[in-house]
Design a protein around this ligand. Structure first.
Ligand SMILES: NC(=O)c1ccc[n+]([C@@H]2O[C@H](COP(=O)([O-])OP(=O)(O)OC[C@H]3O[C@@H](n4cnc5c(N)ncnc54)[C@H](O)[C@@H]3O)[C@@H](O)[C@H]2O)c1
Length: 283
């Protein structure tokens, strides 16, 4: 039976990880934007990968379920790279929660029903969630374990309790890491692993929108005042994705790897303190 790696969100980070782990397997590239999936497939086909494409909206259960059926019709699903997302400059609070938070929980639930034994998934979270102050134990647990279709009804996610899109994005990314931790227990019942990666600023179309958006000056500061003094590249996320998704990462599950050139360290303990973009104060 063929082995299938599903890439959800065929942007540059998703593609970079797929190139590291997709050789010899079918690579199913799924995106809400069909053209993005097709362009990614063209590049990977030309580089010797075997690809298929699909359209998916991760904020719709019906759509994610249809993707699971497409993937399983191609073979056994040995890997899931969940790299679909929208940023604070690209979308409304409602869309950010629907795609980044609910969509991720949905993908983990739906693919958790079919992932092959020995299979592995990575979810692309963000450094942004690491800058959010700690939540209560109750809120952590609620984000980690509330049934997917009730998640967006949680009081802490109500629009009136969120100060702006960045707040919604940070909470979504914190929720991704918590969800991965809880799902790692369920995925283990099928002999599979799941982890998160929290990247810093990685040059992609999404990051370019942030760098030229309302918080652009703050993101520029994050680059200048981080220990690495530069933005990252999708290929550097590919390296971490490869570790997490292959046998070398066999002891890693339910984990989150922060790869941000040290900008979070600088935010808490260095010259970036108080200068990185933060959600607006609630009036
Ligand atoms: N680039 C960065 O600096 C950075 C930093 C931290 C985290 N991230 C996260 O990495 C992930 C990938 O982003 P990227 O930088 O590769 O951006 P990208 O714009 O290259 O890719 C994101 C892809 O997600 C797709 N997408 C958006 N909404 C979708 C939906 N509802 N259903 C299916 N697909 C959808 C887009 O069409 C796009 O192709 C995102 O979750 C983002 O939040 C990016």
């Amino acid at each position: 039976m063929s082995k299938v790696i599903v890439v959800i969100g065929a942007g540059l980070i998703g593609q970079a990880i797929a190139r590291r782990v997709g050789a010899g397997q079918k690579v199913l590239l799924a995106d809400i934007n069909e053209q993005n999936a097709r362009s990614a497939a063209q590049v990977l086909d030309d580089a010797g990968f075997e690809t298929n494409t699909a359209v998916v909206d991760v904020s719709s259960r019906e759509s994610v379920h249809a993707l699971v059926e497409t993937a399983t019709s191609l073979g056994e699903v040995t890997g899931v790279i969940h790299a679909a997302g929208v940023s604070a400059s690209q979308a409304s609070i409602h869309q950010i929660l629907a795609v980044d938070l609910y969509g991720t929980a949905l993908v983990l639930e739906e693919f958790g029903h079919v992932i092959a034994s020995g299979g592995s998934a990575v979810v692309i979270s963000s450094q942004s969630g690491h800058r959010l102050p700690a939540l209560s134990i109750e809120d952590d647990r609620a984000l980690a374990t509330t049934p997917v279709d009730q998640l967006l009804e949680l009081p802490l996610l109500r629009e009136e309790n969120l100060s702006d899109g960045l707040h919604a994005y940070q909470l979504s990314k914190r929720a991704n890491v918590l969800r991965v931790q809880a799902e790692a227990v369920r995925w283990a019942q099928r002999g599979a692993r799941v982890n998160a990666i929290s990247p810093g600023i990685i040059i992609t179309p999404l990051a370019r929108d942030e760098l030229s958006g309302a918080n652009g000056a703050g993101y520029q500061k994050m680059i200048e005042l981080s220990p690495a003094h530069r933005a990252g590249t999708p290929d550097e996320i590919g390296t971490v994705g490869e570790l997490l998704m292959t046998e070398r990462g066999a002891f890693i599950t339910g984990s989150d790897i922060l790869i941000d050139g040290g900008s979070t360290a600088s935010h808490f303990y260095g010259p970036l303190a108080g200068l990185a973009p933060t959600p607006k104060e609630k009036p």
